[in-house]
Design a protein around this ligand. Structure first.
Ligand SMILES: [Zn+2]
Ligand SMILES: [Zn+2]
Length: 344
């Protein structure tokens, strides 16, 4: 599938990714590797790339390190870990460090400039992209009174920052793509307490409608569909979250028993209005028994789209502590929407 952001063919549907997930980062019998001490400069010897195309993650880091020294950015006494944070694509819970096939490493780094990043992308096959690390988390920041919220994204220095994560549910994994520079990091750890809490709530309530009211890229709402709720509503005020909620509905189409997904807009159109108040329908999916709707809008205004008393709503805000104190929001929601509401 083509990437909705860069247009290149680096997206797989959920079935395809799941069928390959055990072999993607596993070495072939000829793969060599050398574990490096991350707290100091790297050891000079690292094995050459294997004919299978995979390179052990530490050896990719050694090559990045040498490139940074060559560019005059590093002096050679920095620790290996100073390069930045690696995110593999797809993000899968692994028991051993990965052997990386081409274009499977997105690096979040504060040391690369654009020239060094372009060199890294062209000279080191494993690099899929480099993001410029910023101190502010990506997405919508705090709203001060009635001022418009401050939004931030990490700059893509090279390649593309769209990548997938795989999260397990009891009915099979959910695959979620995201534009990483516009999303929070949520890496799979083999056990996801939020998904467990969604499973428990669905088992208890048996809703006919499950609403993921600040959906991020749609993980919990799509998990609800995979777990068997027939009508799902996803919503987020942030354009990149709403778009990827819709995109992930399409990626997981089969597991969601959908026959058709229709988009009312595309990524570049949504990006023109990064934060939206009134709900805008981004996409819909239909199957014989199932329906999914995805909106971009402020969650306080989503009630106008909800007309089912058998509703279960999950709120998964970034700042949970602040959100829990927002009692007026909960009482308004219970009054205007009803049903059961929970924070995972
Ligand atoms: Zn892309
Ligand atoms: Zn190999």
């Amino acid at each position: 599938m083509h990437c909705p952001v860069c247009g290149n063919d680096h997206i797989s549907d959920a079935q395809d990714l799941l069928s390959r997930k055990h072999e993607i980062f596993t070495p072939c019998p000829d793969c060599n590797h050398r574990i490096q001490n991350k707290a100091g400069p790297p050891d000079d010897s690292s094995p050459p790339p294997c004919h299978c195309g995979r390179v052990f993650i530490d050896d990719v880091y050694v090559r990045l390190y040498r490139l940074l020294v060559d560019e005059g950015i590093f002096f050679g006494d920095e620790p290996l870990s100073a390069i930045g944070t690696p995110l593999i694509d797809p993000g899968i819970y692994l028991r051993f460090p990965p052997f990386l096939p081409p274009r499977t490493l997105l690096l979040i780094s504060s040391v690369f400039d654009e020239d060094a990043a372009h060199r890294a992308y062209h000279e080191i096959d494993q690099v899929s992209g480099i993001l410029n690390q910023s101190l502010i988390p990506p997405g919508i920041g705090d709203r001060q009174d009635n001022a418009p919220p401050v939004c931030s994204e990490q700059q893509v220095l090279c390649g593309c920052d769209v990548r997938a994560d795989l999260f397990p549910t009891s009915k099979g994994p959910v695959v979620v793509y995201k534009k990483q520079g516009a999303a929070h990091i949520e890496f799979p750890h083999g056990f996801d307490p939020k998904i467990r809490s969604v499973e428990a709530a669905i088992k208890k309530v048996h809703p006919s409608l499950f609403v993921d009211a600040c959906s991020g890229v749609g993980t919990l709402g799509i998990a609800g569909g995979i777990l068997g709720v027939h009508h799902i509503m996803l919503n987020d005020p942030w354009y990149a979250a709403a778009f990827f909620s819709a995109f992930n509905m399409q990626v997981n189409k089969k597991a969601l028993s959908l026959d058709e997904c229709t988009f009312s807009t595309d990524f570049s159109h949504l990006a023109r209005e990064k934060v939206r108040e009134e709900p805008l329908l981004v996409a819909e999916g239909y199957g014989a028994e199932n329906r999914i709707e995805v909106f971009q809008g402020r969650m306080e205004l989503l009630y106008s789209q909800i007309h089912d008393p058998s509703v279960l709503t999950v709120f998964d805000p970034f700042d949970k502590k602040q959100f829990r104190q927002n009692q007026s929001f909960f009482s308004n929601w219970e009054h205007s929407v009803g049903g059961e509401v929970f924070i995972p």
